[in-house]
Design a protein around this ligand. Structure first.
Ligand SMILES: [Fe+2]
Length: 300
């Protein structure tokens, strides 16, 4: 069976998970609790730890809201999923796992990300570049379960090499491939990013059934012009996405994407985010075991 046939065979639009969004205003990230309503098992996708970088202070208000929701709804947490190594916020995966369990999973291409950023941060041999900080590395097309719900991971690289879209019943969590139709797509200029690859990945997402619900990892209110939004459909993205919904060719997309990326500032939290997220959300420690973050000068 071809990969595309395998993916098509796994799609089940009759399975409708409950999707509860948690918007983090500091980083414009949307975390999700995805619930199998039959068994009350759930997954958390793209959690956030709060950081005051200037003060070197990490706190947990956003993650605590998620934990409170899971406790109040009496849910069992099966999975803590990262759609990719985020460059704009810290993952709360270990914080959640310590308190309410769950397995931490990310795309298998994390090894490539760890290799690139292990060098940029001049990490020593104590930083393993084998993905072992995570409980599970998803390969292309891997399926898994949330209670009785079947879910699967689809490789959608381009924004980063390890980006995956997670399809859970009639809901797909696209990470940073697509944004809402009026906002286009995510940047592809980080080390390991590739605009052409991102175009190909977006086409894979758009080849899902048109009624598939799509959930974004980020929204910026179209630059401040509308309310924050995070849910759309394949049909809506196909019809009106400003970067891919007007019949743009791959070359045209690359041109649009690269021109836009050249204007974007470096994300404010990229340095702490990468160091923490490439370790599955663990803050690196110095030789005395104290949590510390590095600032490589002119390293990015
Ligand atoms: Fe991202």
């Amino acid at each position: 069976m071809t990969l595309e046939a395998k993916i098509a065979s796994r799609i089940d639009l009759s399975a409708v998970p409950e999707v509860v969004p948690f918007f983090d205003a500091a980083t414009n990230t949307i975390s999700y609790v995805v619930v199998d309503t039959a068994t009350r098992h759930c997954a958390v996708i793209d959690s956030v730890m709060d950081i005051d970088y200037a003060a070197g202070r990490i706190t947990s208000d956003h993650a605590d809201r998620i934990i409170a929701h899971i406790a109040a709804q009496d849910l069992t947490l099966d999975w803590i999923i990262e759609t990719h190594v985020h460059a704009d916020h810290l993952s709360a995966a270990p914080y959640l796992q310590d308190r309410i369990g769950g397995k931490i999973g990310i795309g298998a291409q994390i090894l490539e990300v760890q290799d690139v950023f292990g060098k940029i941060f001049n990490e020593g041999t104590e930083f393993q570049r084998d993905g072992s900080q995570f409980d599970h590395l998803f390969e292309e097309g891997d399926s898994y379960r949330i209670g009785d719900l079947e879910a699967f991971a689809m490789a959608t690289p381009g924004h980063t090499p390890a980006c995956m879209t997670h399809v859970i019943g009639n809901a797909a969590f696209v990470g940073d491939t697509l944004f809402m139709p009026d906002s286009g797509s995510a940047r592809a200029d980080f080390p390991g990013g590739d605009a052409g690859q991102l175009y190909d990945s977006i086409q894979r997402v758009l080849s899902l059934p048109e009624e598939m619900r799509l959930f974004m990892c980020h929204d910026y209110g179209a630059g401040g012009g509308r309310e924050i939004a995070w849910e759309t459909t394949v049909a809506e993205e196909r019809a009106s996405n400003i970067h891919v919904g007007k019949g743009q060719s791959r070359d045209e997309f690359i041109e649009i994407r690269e021109a836009r990326d050249a204007t974007l500032p470096v994300p404010k939290l990229i340095l702490p985010s990468l160091q923490v997220n490439m370790r599955a959300g663990h803050v690196p420690r110095d030789e005395k075991g104290r949590p510390v973050l590095k600032v490589p000068v002119n390293g990015l």
